[in-house]
Write a new protein. Structure first.
Length: 712
C-alpha cells in the first residue's frame, strides 16, 4: 500500500488488474508534482474535467491575493457564468458591420466587430465581448492573514497523480499542518481533511468574491458591492451542514458545506464564513451547484474511494509513454511534461463544453471558449485512449448549431460557420480578429474523424458507423459552408480563400488570399467529409469534390519558400510575417500531404523558419506543430529539439502548466499540442509504417508506449 495521510488510511484501497508491459503506476508517480515553498507560480489543481479547484502550498486557497498574478487560485466550473446588468440594452446586431471581400458570386456579409467607429457600437461590442464571463465560485482557505505568507514554512506538497489526491504539509507559527485535498470525480465537490498539532488550530475561511469581468485575471473583486449585487445567505444549517445561497446580480447558485468532526460554522461578514475545528482538525466538503442539492453527498471515505478508482482507471485505460529506457538526458523532462499534461487536460478540459485556453484555473479572454483552440486541447484525448472525454465537449456543437447557422446566413453562405470566441449560448463575441478566422471551421470534421477512428479500433465497423451516424449532422453543414466559402477564380480556373485572417494572425482579412494552412485544411476537410458522405449517402458530393480538386496550390517565392499567404509576397522581409504562429508548417504536420504541396519547398521552409523565425513572438502550440512537421519530413532530431526548445513560451512549470508570459501564466493548448505531437512521433500517421518515426534512431531514444492512435 502506498504511503498516505490520515484520511486515506481510513479508506479501503485496492488495485485493479493491469495487463501491461509498461509499469504505468511507476511512470505516473515518478512525475508527481512536488512543491517545497509557497510561490505564486507553484499552485496545483485537483478536479474532474468540468470542475476544478486550484490551491496554494497550504492545500487550500489561503492566499488568493498573493497568487493572483501567478497561477491563480480558481474554483471554476463549466456551468458557472455571470453577466453584468445590461442597463444600456446593448444588442448583438449593434456590433455588426458589413464587409465586401470581392467574392466572385457577389456575397457580402456582416461580421461582429469591436470597433465600427461610433461610441455606441464600441460600448455595445465591449459589453457583448465581456459578458457572459466565467465565474469564480468562491475561495476556501485557512484563516491566515495575507501578511503572514512569509510564516508559511517547511512546505512539502505533492499530488498523487495516480490516485487523484493532494497532500500538503507546512508549518505556521511553529505548528505543523497536514491537508489532504481532492475533488469528487462525478460531482462539483471539494473534499479536505485538515489536521494540526496545535490545541488551537486556525479556522477554515469561505470567501465569495464579486466578478471582475476583466479580460485576463483571477475573476475576484474583493471590494464591497452595492446592496444586492453580491450576497450570501444561509438557507439552512445544522451541526454538520450549512447550505448557502449565492446571489450575484441575476446569477444564483448554491454552496453546501458539510463536516465530519465537531466544528463551529459562523458568518463573519456579508460574504465570509468560517468553520472552526473544536479539536485538532476537521474533515469537510464543499459542493457547488446551480440548483439546491437534493442528493446526499458521499462521506469522505466513500468519496476518496471513488476518486482513487476514477484516476487509476484513467491511467490504466488510456495510453502511456515510458521514456525511462532513453539515454538522452532530456527524456526525463519530456516524460514529466507528457504525464503532467495528461493530468492537467483531464482536470481542466474534460467537461461538457469546449474549454477556455486557461481551462478551469483562471480567466483569459473573459473565460470564453476559443474554438480555433479546441483541436489543440481535445484531439489528444482520442489519440491517447480517452475518446469519451473528447466526445463530451464535441457534443456542445449540437447546442451551438443554430447560432452557427445564423452566422453563415448573415454572411451570405449556406451551412454553419463556427464562431471563434463564444460561451455556453453559442453567441459570437465581437472581435477585430476572431470574426474573420476560419481555421476553426474544419476542426469539427477533424475531431469527429478522430472519434470515428477510435471507435473503429475499439468496436470495428459497428463503432465507426455509430460515430458517423451521430456526427454527420455536424459534418455535413460544416462542409457545406466550406464548399460555398471557397471563391471561384475564373481567370485561373481555381478556388481561392479570401477575406480571412489566418492562424498566423498578423495578416489582415482585407488583404489576405490563400493562406497555406487554411488551404490545406479546406482540402483535407472536404475530402474527409466526402468519405463520410459515401457512407451516409452512398456517394460523394460532387460540389465538395470539385472545390477539393481545384483549390489553389500553396504559393511560394523565387527562393522556394512558402509564403504566409499568396498575397504576402514580402513574407521574408516583413517581421509581421515571421512572428506569431509559423502556421505554414501546420499544412504538413497537423495535416497529411496533399497534391497542393511541394516537398522540396516545404523542406526549405522548415529549415528557414527553424533558423530565422522570431521565436520570442510564438505560442506554446507552435513547438509541437514544428515537431509534427519535422517528423513528417523525416527529421526526427528536429522534432525532438522542437518539443524541448529553450524558449519562454515553451516553459513548463512545476505543475506542468505551459507558461507563456505575465498575462498567460498557463496555456493548455501547449499541453494538448505536446501530447498530440508525441502520439504522432510514437504511433505515426496514415501510411507510415516506421516505429517511433518522430524519434532519432541513434540509440538514445528507446521510447516505449501503449495505446496511442496515429494521426491521419
Amino acid at each position: 500500500m502506498k504511503k498516505t495521510n490520515t484520511l486515506i488510511l481510513c479508506c479501503c484501497l485496492w488495485a485493479l488488474p493491469l495487463f501491461s508491459q509498461i509499469d504505468r503506476e511507476a511512470v505516473v508517480t515518478r512525475n508527481n508534482p512536488v512543491v517545497e515553498a509557497l510561490h505564486p507560480l507553484s499552485s496545483l489543481t485537483v478536479g474532474n474535467g468540468g470542475f476544478a479547484f486550484t490551491v496554494d502550498a497550504t492545500g487550500l486557497q489561503t492566499f488568493p491575493e498573493y497568487c493572483k498574478d501567478g497561477i491563480p487560485l480558481g474554483t471554476m466550473s463549466d456551468w458557472g457564468w455571470h453577466s453584468f446588468p445590461n442597463t444600456e440594452g446593448y444588442r448583438a446586431e449593434e456590433a455588426l458591420q458589413a464587409y465586401d471581400f470581392g467574392h466572385a458570386n457577389g456575397v457580402k456579409g456582416t461580421y461582429s466587430v469591436e470597433n465600427k467607429g461610433d461610441q455606441r457600437s464600441k460600448d455595445a461590442a465591449a459589453y457583448l465581448r465581456a459578458n457572459p464571463h466565467r465565474l469564480h465560485l468562491g475561495c476556501i482557505g485557512y484563516d491566515i492573514p495575507l501578511a503572514d505568507t512569509a510564516r508559511i514554512e517547511d512546505v512539502h506538497q505533492e499530488i498523487d497523480l495516480y490516485e487523484g489526491h493532494m497532500e500538503s504539509k507546512f508549518s505556521y507559527k511553529n505548528d505543523r499542518y497536514f491537508t489532504s485535498t481532492f475533488v469528487h470525480p462525478e460531482r462539483d465537490i471539494v473534499y479536505c481533511a485538515y489536521l494540526c498539532d496545535s490545541e488551537h488550530p486556525v479556522a477554515v475561511k469561505f470567501r465569495f468574491p464579486y466578478p471582475t469581468g476583466k479580460h485576463s485575471d483571477d475573476a475576484c473583486d474583493w471590494s464591497p458591492q452595492p446592496d444586492g449585487r453580491n450576497t450570501t445567505v444561509v438557507v439552512c444549517q445544522s451541526d454538520t451542514t450549512a447550505v448557502l445561497l449565492r446571489t450575484i446580480d441575476a446569477t444564483t447558485y448554491y454552496v453546501c458545506i458539510r463536516w465530519e468532526a465537531p466544528a463551529t460554522f459562523a458568518k463573519v461578514s456579508e460574504n465570509t464564513f468560517t468553520l472552526t475545528p473544536q479539536q485538532k482538525g476537521v474533515i469537510f466538503s464543499c459542493e457547488y451547484s446551480e440548483q439546491l442539492p437534493t442528493d446526499e453527498a458521499d462521506e469522505s471515505t466513500a468519496a476518496i474511494d471513488k476518486t482513487i478508482r476514477h484516476w487509476r482507471n484513467y491511467w490504466k485505460q488510456g495510453a502511456i509513454i515510458d521514456f525511462s529506457h532513453c539515454t538522452d538526458p532530456r527524456a526525463r523532462e519530456l516524460e514529466r511534461r507528457a504525464v503532467l499534461s495528461q493530468y492537467l487536460l483531464a482536470v481542466n478540459c474534460a467537461g461538457d463544453t469546449p474549454p477556455q485556453e486557461t481551462g478551469l484555473t483562471y480567466n483569459s479572454w473573459f473565460g470564453k471558449y476559443h474554438l480555433e483552440m479546441i483541436w489543440w486541447h481535445q484531439a489528444q484525448f482520442a489519440l491517447w485512449g480517452h475518446p469519451e472525454q473528447l466526445e463530451r465537449s464535441l457534443d456542445w456543437y449540437f447546442n451551438a448549431q443554430d447560432k452557427a447557422r445564423e452566422i453563415a446566413a448573415r454572411q451570405g453562405f449556406p451551412g454553419v460557420r463556427w464562431m471563434k470566441m463564444t460561451d455556453p449560448s453559442g453567441e459570437e463575441a465581437p472581435s477585430k480578429v476572431g470574426s474573420f478566422l476560419i481555421w476553426q471551421q474544419p476542426h469539427v470534421i477533424h475531431l469527429a474523424e478522430l472519434l470515428r477512428r477510435a471507435a473503429e479500433k475499439r468496436e470495428g465497423d459497428k463503432g465507426s458507423l455509430s460515430v458517423v451516424g451521430k456526427y454527420w449532422p455536424l459534418v455535413e453543414p460544416t462542409a457545406t459552408f466550406m464548399q460555398a466559402f471557397a471563391d471561384y477564380d475564373a481567370s485561373q480556373q481555381r478556388y481561392v480563400l479570401r477575406g480571412v485572417i489566418p492562424a498566423q494572425e498578423t495578416l489582415r482579412a482585407a488583404e489576405t488570399v490563400n493562406p497555406p494552412f487554411e488551404l490545406s485544411y479546406w482540402h483535407w476537410g472536404l475530402h474527409t467529409a466526402n468519405q463520410w458522405a459515401k457512407v451516409v449517402e452512398g456517394q460523394q458530393r460532387s460540389e465538395w469534390q470539385q472545390v477539393e480538386e481545384r483549390l489553389a496550390p500553396l504559393a511560394f517565392n523565387a527562393d522556394s519558400l512558402y509564403l504566409a499567404a499568396e498575397t504576402a509576397t514580402d513574407t521574408y522581409r516583413d517581421i509581421r510575417f515571421t512572428s506569431d504562429h509559423p502556421a505554414v508548417l501546420g499544412a504538413y504536420g497537423i495535416l497529411p500531404w496533399t497534391k497542393q504541396m511541394n516537398r522540396r519547398v516545404m523542406q526549405n521552409t522548415l529549415t528557414w523558419i527553424w533558423d530565422n523565425w522570431n521565436w520570442d513572438k510564438t505560442w506554446g502550440w507552435d513547438y509541437p506543430m514544428v515537431a509534427m512537421n519535422a517528423a513528417r519530413m523525416g527529421d526526427p532530431q528536429k522534432a525532438v529539439d522542437a518539443l524541448l526548445m529553450d524558449k519562454r513560451t515553451n516553459t513548463y512549470l512545476v505543475s506542468g502548466h505551459n507558461y507563456q508570459d505575465q498575462r498567460l501564466r498557463l496555456y493548455l493548448p501547449g499541453n494538448g499540442g505536446l501530447l498530440t505531437a508525441l502520439a504522432m512521433m510514437c504511433a505515426g500517421w496514415d501510411g507510415c509504417n516506421e516505429p517511433n518515426p518522430g524519434f532519432p534512431k541513434d540509440g538514445t531514444w528507446d521510447v516505449r508506449w501503449e495505446g496511442l492512435l496515429p494521426l491521419p
